[in-house]
Design a protein around this ligand. Structure first.
Ligand code: ACO
Length: 427
């Protein structure tokens, strides 16, 4: 028995149980021995939405929400965002260490060699209506990749997993760019593999007449945003990837489940809501009235507050710097001026201060994406591009964890007791 234990008295029976505490947790299956009657199956824990249940042991991302800390494989997000590229960050999340220059060269080369998608993927995308939501298209297209690469089913082979990892990282930007072009009725632009990962994506997205004048400041800003979104431990979409992946399905199908989870407004859609709110406010003069409305419980200040961060979201601080760089290039716009003023007032207002409501990552990201020329309903696709390495890293960690099995929560049944089906004429 470990030195840290928990002693529980079951007041139904008077019996006492001592459970080990490891890493600040008790194991829910240890509760099963606590039984009040023969055949009751033992005690369960009840935790809708997993508010206080660890579903895995993970070495990928560390978050301390009270102290505003986020680290990838131990490295502070501030250092990663300043000194790494997105592909280096992906390598770090996937492999656990920063790549040497040789490893990085191979990784970049492998990804570069897989950026093309099968012509039928293009045809598949052409089948969507002109106004199809970009996230619906992305989740359909990534799921469909599993039919193009049936070898991906061999998830037990590390070399095979590496190949699928490369395919996902290489093809998602191509698909995302095609989706952007589809919604505008523009011809698809093929990958140009002499460009960088971000440069290639931007070129496939924005090139007109075969050319695009790259703006390296905006490209680096986009890269930092992708880095900041690359992983956030057991969030809704990563849990979806793990849960679906635990059935041992191929990684394209598992990642498309992550995209589906991210599609929801409570997860990936908050930056859209910030822009809608700024539109509603319309003018700086309306801010005090809007704040009063929020304080009296009518609506929320979108882009403020976080379930985990109860101090400044470390990513929001970095995004503010990115916003400064981007707006120095693109110029201020009325929406940004409203946002800056809103933030200034809210950070001084006791309602927000006492509830520890600070700007979150979404407060500025939507404004930045908009300034870069992305339409609002496309923002979540950019989030998905950023989160992809995290999803794959979480999926592979799950597969290699000997304690993991197919994900299968329990339930507390509250329905009818056994009853007999009435004959059809009596129903
Ligand atoms: N504006 C005004 N009041 C707020 C806000 C807000 N944005 N967020 C929380 N509050 C208030 C609540 O009304 C509550 O007040 P009360 O104690 O007087 O009842 C208190 O702060 C605590 O709020 P909870 O809802 O319990 O906090 P929770 O941790 O469950 O919610 C959430 C976190 C959902 C992010 C919330 O802060 C929110 O709705 N924010 C706006 C939406 C948003 O920006 N979401 C993006 C999150 S980041 C991401 O997903 C990548």
């Amino acid at each position: 028995m470990p030195s840290e234990t928990l002693t529980i008295t079951d007041n139904r029976t008077g019996r006492e149980y001592t459970l080990p505490i490891v890493d600040g947790t008790i194991r829910a299956p240890d509760l099963r021995q606590i039984s009040a009657a023969e055949g009751d199956g033992g005690l369960m824990s009840y935790d809708p939405a997993f508010l206080n249940t660890a579903s895995c042991r993970s070495a990928i991302t560390f978050i301390d929400g009270d102290r505003g800390i986020l680290r990838y494989r131990g490295y502070p997000i501030e250092q990663v965002a300043e000194h790494a590229t997105f592909l280096e960050t992906a390598y770090l999340l996937l492999e656990g260490e920063m790549p040497t220059s040789e490893q990085l060269g191979r990784w970049e080369e492998d990804v570069r060699n897989h950026t093309y998608v099968h012509q039928n993927v293009k045809k598949f995308l052409e089948g969507f209506r002109y106004d199809a939501h970009p996230m619906g298209m992305l989740l359909g297209a990534v799921g469909a990749l599993s039919t193009f690469y049936p070898d991906a089913k061999d998830i037990a082979d590390p070399a095979n997993r590496y190949l699928q990892r490369v395919r996902l990282m290489a093809k998602m930007p191509t698909i995302a760019a095609y989706i952007f072009r589809h919604s505008r009725g523009l011809p698809y632009v093929l990958p140009q593999n002499e460009l960088s990962y971000i440069g290639n994506f931007v070129n496939m997205t924005f090139a007109i007449g075969g050319s695009h004048q790259p703006n390296l400041i905006l490209q680096r800003a986009l890269e930092v945003l992708l880095i900041l979104h690359a992983d956030h431990e057991q969030n809704c979409s990563s849990s979806a990837v793990r849960g679906v992946g635990s059935s041992q399905v191929d990684p394209f199908s598992a990642v498309s489940a992550g995209i589906a989870a991210l599609y929801g407004p409570l997860h990936g859609g908050a930056n859209e809501a910030v822009l809608r709110m700024l539109d509603e406010i319309g003018d700086k003069r309306n801010i005090p009235g809007f704040i009063e409305q929020v304080k009296t419980g009518h609506g929320r200040l979108m882009g403020f507050g976080h379930r985990v961060y109860k101090s400044y979201d470390p990513r929001a601080k970095l995004i503010k710097q990115v916003a400064d760089d981007v707006f120095a290039e693109t110029g201020l716009n009325p929406k940004l001026e409203i946002a800056l003023e809103l933030e200034r007032i809210a950070l001084e207002d006791d309602y927000f201060v006492s509830r520890k409501l600070y700007p979150n990552v979404d407060f500025y990201s939507g404004l930045i994406y908009q300034a870069m020329g992305f339409p609002t309903d496309y923002f979540t696709v950019l989030f998905a591009l950023g989160r992809l390495p995290g999803w794959i890293a979480q999926w592979e960690e799950m597969l290699q964890d000997p304690e993991q099995k197919i994900s299968r929560p329990r339930q507390v049944y509250i329905g009818a007791d056994k009853r007999d089906l009435p004959p059809r004429e009596q129903r």
